[in-house]
Design a protein around this ligand. Structure first.
Ligand code: ATP
Ligand code: MG
Length: 339
């Protein structure tokens, strides 16, 4: 690799490994991950529960020491130069760090003081952030009274007190309603427009699609695919069409017609009125012809939808396996080791 391309990387991880041992069982949480994130870009790390996303982020943010491999953030080694890394990164976790008993303002002022803002300027920074995150009216309330969406925004605000150049966002919108999710996305877009580098983990392909320049799909602690959202989607086709008819007696004929127009297999739902079909790669124009073709045959279609490929479909295509829930991956986060 040429020196100039290395210089442009905000985050570079090579062969990162982390095991957890509890009793006799060993979990390979991260099993040899390589990641590169050019400065000023967004990497989406996409994976199901227990894939190793949080563990990877915690190693990069210096909260956990890797068992093997190396990683640098803006050129600083996450083990040897952990202090330097901490001075340039912001982290908001799934299990975030604001104090629930303090008010929004108190949390931000406290953090600002920690980062060296003096009295008045700490308060000014807090006010500025609360306003930017639409929390101006909630600043005097204890964080434990906040809704989930407000809570997520105060977490984000807390991670931005010192305008980090590199930001780790661990599932920043999990559990948020669509409106709050959009607000958080907007905030992240503004940060990136201002030059920040973001590594965000998510379980949603759509979130990665909205925000990320590149996506790394991880499963069982390994990167199983990497590329742009378009590249990943291309690997699973264009998604699927779902139809529900007015008359179940017409389903067989309708399914046959759809199969012919799309050139794809149709699957019949348990619901006798409904069926769906995968849309092939170049199937966009054919989808547009479906409704007129059905109409010509006198088949009424009161419900028709075209869905993006889901994360399940991406996984199915990438691994040949459906997404599996790891029952061991739960809320049992313990900060067990700090580098
Ligand atoms: N402190 C810990 N002690 C023991 N095992 C752990 C610990 N942290 C994580 N693990 C295990 O490591 C694996 C990866 O967990 P991790 O939290 O990194 O996954 P994740 O991708 O962030 O999942 P989620 O989407 O549920 O947040 C899981 O099997 C989990 O149970
Ligand atoms: Mg996690």
């Amino acid at each position: 690799m040429s020196p100039s391309s290395t210089d442009d990387l905000a985050i570079e991880a090579r062969g990162l490994v982390k095991h957890f041992t509890s009793g006799k069982s060993v979990t390979k949480a991260v099993d040899g991950i390589d990641l590169t994130v050019p400065e000023g870009t967004v990497l989406g790390v996409l994976g199901p529960n227990g894939a190793g996303k949080t563990t990877a982020v915690r190693m990069l943010a210096t909260l956990l020491r890797p068992d093997a491999g190396t990683a640098t953030v803006l050129g600083h080694d996450v083990v040897r130069d952990a202090d330097k890394v901490r001075s340039v990164v912001g982290l908001t976790g799934q299990y975030a760090s604001v104090d629930e008993d303090l008010t929004g303002t108190e949390n931000l002022v406290m953090l600002a003081r920690l980062y060296g803002f003096l009295g008045g300027s700490a308060r000014a920074r807090s006010t500025e952030l609360l306003d930017a995150f639409g929390l101006g009216d909630a600043g005097d309330r204890q964080v434990k009274t906040y809704s989930g969406g407000m809570r997520r925004r105060i977490d984000l605000a807390a991670s931005l007190v010192m305008s980090p150049r590199v930001l780790f966002l661990d599932e920043p919108t999990t559990g948020l309603d669509p409106r709050s999710r959009n607000q958080v996305w907007d905030i992240i877009r503004v940060l990136v427009a201002d030059g920040a580098t973001v590594l965000l983990t998510t379980q949603y392909l759509e979130e990665a699609d909205q925000l990320a320049d590149k996506i790394a799909v991880i499963d069982h602690g390994r990167v199983i695919a990497e590329g742009t959202a378009t590249e990943l989607k291309r690997s699973v086709g264009q998604g699927a069409v779902h139809l529900r008819l007015a008359d179940s007696a017409q389903r067989a004929r309708a399914a046959e017609l759809v199969a012919t127009v799309l050139g794809a297999e149709v699957s019949l739902a348990n619901d006798p009125y409904a069926f769906s079909a995968r849309v092939p790669d170049d199937g966009g124009p054919a989808v547009a012809r479906l409704l007129p073709a059905l109409d010509d045959e006198g088949i009424a279609v009161p419900e028709f939808s075209l869905g993006q490929p889901s994360l399940d479909e991406v996984f199915l295509a990438l691994t040949g396996q459906p997404l599996d829930e790891d029952p061991g991956a739960s809320d049992d986060e313990t900060i067990e080791e700090v580098a």
